[in-house]
Ligand binder design. Structure first.
Ligand code: GLP
Length: 259
């Protein structure tokens, strides 16, 4: 796991560099997109590069992580709507090549299985963008999620419903109780995982993610078993990292040896 401690304002450009390098090498790459406030600076940076003609996503495909169960198509809070507004509509990625789990399917289990199949037949995700919940969830894999889990229905914790109430008139009770989400096992198959977190509210989750014991209580800790994870955090999100000085100095010395 590579930990990069950097001002929040620079995280977007750094991840956009990774995306640019990937698409230069592989124009038909498969991107894993996350909703939430954490990836917004990445999407801004990528959209600016596309607008300047420096980058094209025209040959790429994408899969989103999760969706609420039961929200109507086009609901402004549905993650499909959010990712369209935050990212897809601002770049040249064909919207029909952006897939998301279906939270409205009459048979949710069958829809989850076909989502897994769609990711597999696209050749798997090359670069997965992730945020992290204050309770350590990634996508909507709440504490207690199986490390081997695949796309499935989950029940949201009270903590997550409180955190996400800001999109539902501040009312946790209006946040859907259920979601469909890629599983931890699904996410672990992405070839490169890039997790971004900023602010003191994420410090405890980031501490567990990077330095804690691998535990179902902090689902993101499974990423310690992934061969290629880059964690971008600002000073506040890094404030509980015991080895912060080491991460800073090793990042400052990157490029001194070929890795
Ligand atoms: C939601 C999403 C996650 C996201 C998390 C943190 O629960 N399902 O994918 O990482 O919120 O969101 P934010 O980045 O807004 O703090």
């Amino acid at each position: 796991m590579e930990v990069v401690i950097t001002p929040e304002a620079s995280i977007g450009e750094l991840v956009a560099d990774d995306i640019t390098a990937l698409l230069t090498r592989k124009p038909d790459a498969v991107l894993g997109l996350a909703t939430g406030s954490s990836p917004l600076r990445i999407y801004d940076a990528v959209a600016a590069r596309v607008a300047r003609g420096e980058l094209s996503l025209a040959g790429a495909r994408a899969f989103t992580l999760d969706e609420y169960v039961g929200l109507p198509v086009g609901d402004p809070r549905a993650y499909r709507t959010v990712i369209e507004a935050d990212f897809v509509s601002r770049v040249d990625l064909p919207t029909e090549l952006v897939h998301g789990p279906d939270g409205r399917a009459p048979d949710l289990a069958a829809a989850c299985a076909s989502y897994e199949e769609a990711i597999r037949s696209a050749g798997g995700v090359d670069l997965q963008i992730l945020g992290i919940g204050t309770d350590g969830h990634i996508a909507f894999n709440e504490p207690g999620s199986s490390f081997a889990s695949r796309t499935r229905v989950k029940t949201l914790t009270e903590q997550t419903r409180r955190d996400n109430a800001r999109f539902f008139d501040g009312e946790p009770d209006l946040v859907p109780m259920h979601c469909v989400t890629q599983g931890l096992g699904t996410i672990m198959e992405a070839r490169h995982v890039v997790l971004v977190a900023a602010g003191g509210g994420k410090a405890e989750a980031v501490h567990h993610l990077v330095e804690g014991a691998v535990s179902a209580l902090w689902p993101a800790t499974i990423l310690q078993h992934h061969p290629r994870v880059t964690v971008f955090v600002d000073d506040e999100a890094a404030s509980r990292l015991q080895l912060a000085d080491y991460y800073r100095s090793s990042y400052a010395r990157r490029g001194m040896v070929t890795r």
